[in-house]
Design a binder for this molecule. Structure first.
Ligand code: OGA
Ligand code: NI
Length: 361
């Protein structure tokens, strides 16, 4: 497990951010059954043949996005064996020696691959990760400079072991892309927009998948697997295993609520771009991961991100005299490269965030 073995002070959370021993799981996040849409390619067609089933689903998705920014879906159409296969491949990959894993290590130039020094808000996370792009290569901005129009490519790095690792990851990706685009249609409908309203943003998507491995931690009372944060993309589709540890901050009282593992469910959460697009009708939820001293844990988030040249701003369709835009536009690709760079340079200031573009009330 390499240098995660020693308990280094860089992992220690400030007192107010340390996990409480008995987090509540009582008021669970909404659970939505996607069976009405999971075996059809086209939601618009189903709305013609069975409008009632779609209307009910759209209502549930809308209220989960509005009230929680977090929900789980079941009967989502992604075959269980796809998920079992990627989980097994991830487990085998992370079980190798550090030396082997570092053959596909991520750095300032190679953005995708293995990494074991991830920080959230300048505190080190108790985990190892492996990142790969949904598009390979991923088309991105070459630099954070607003006047620089050059583009760059992020290439995936694939390990030699375990065999078929790449194929397994790519098959899983194809299925999750289908699911996430259907979810985006339901979300569009829930906002009173045409089902395919969001599709244009994903032609050159910069989405990525991350395999998260959380080893057992000798001091789970001091460290976190991932510190408190909001996902900065559009929407996240997360597969977690049966161990548990993901917590969401409940809006009503600021309490951290554990997301109880539901077999074969995906956890969906609203990201910051969705918050800006909807002008805060749907807000991204703060979340974090607690670790434990006994069990290792795996999770697999898919981060849906638009093309790098997307100018992110409240959708014109949702803006009028009474709904003034709450954000100034920003270019996603510039935001993204600043965030990626911050992994390799120690920051003394807060990293870039959507609050930087918030227009004062
Ligand atoms: C993340 C994240 C949650 C989890 O990687 O952004 O929030 O359960 N992960 O691993
Ligand atoms: Ni997250």
């Amino acid at each position: 497990m390499g240098d995660l073995g020693e308990f280094d002070s860089s992992f220690i959370q400030a007192l107010e951010h340390r996990p409480k021993p008995n987090a509540s799981e009582a008021q669970g996040i909404p659970l939505i059954d996607l069976s009405p849409i999971s075996y059809h390619e086209d939601i618009e067609r189903i709305s013609e043949t069975d409008p009632a089933s779609i209307e009910e689903l759209v209502k549930q998705v809308g209220s989960a996005c509005r009230n929680w920014g977090f929900f789980q879906v079941i009967n989502h159409g992604v075959p269980l064996d796809r998920r079992q296969r990627i989980k097994a491949a991830a487990r085998e990959f992370f079980s190798q020696s550090l030396e082997e894993k570092r053959k596909v290590r991520r750095d300032e130039v190679k953005i995708m691959g293995y990494y074991d020094k991830e920080h959230t808000k300048n505190v080190r996370d108790w985990k190892e990760v492996f990142d790969f792009g949904v598009e390979d290569p991923t088309l991105v901005a070459a630099s954070p400079d607003p006047d620089d129009d050059r583009v760059a490519y992020w290439n995936n790095q694939w390990p030699e072991y375990p065999p078929k690792f790449r194929e397994t990851c790519e098959e899983y990706t194809r299925d999750v892309v289908k699911l996430v685009m259907k979810l985006m249609e339901l979300i569009a409908l829930s906002l009173g927009l045409p089902a395919k309203r969001f599709h244009e943003y994903f032609k050159d998507q910069t989405s990525n998948i991350r395999l998260n491995y959380y080893p057992p931690c000798p001091s789970p009372d001091l460290a976190l697997g991932v510190g408190r944060h909001r996902d900065n993309g559009v929407l996240t589709v997360l597969a977690q295993d049966e161990v548990g540890g993901l917590q969401v901050k409940r809006r009503t009282d600021g309490e951290w609520i554990g997301v109880k593992p539901t077999p074969d469910a995906f956890i969906i959460n609203v990201g910051d771009i969705m918050q800006v697009w909807t002008n805060e009708a749907y807000r991204s939820a703060e979340h974090r991961v607690v670790v434990n001293s006994v069990k290792e844990r795996l999770s697999i988030p898919f981060f849906l991100n638009p093309a790098h040249y997307t100018e992110v701003k409240p959708l014109e369709d949702l803006i009028d005299e009474e709904h003034r835009p709450k954000y100034r536009p920003y270019v996603w690709g510039k935001f993204q490269v600043i965030r990626k760079r911050s992994n390799f340079i120690k920051l003394n200031v807060n990293n870039i965030q959507i609050d930087d573009f918030r227009i004062a009330d």
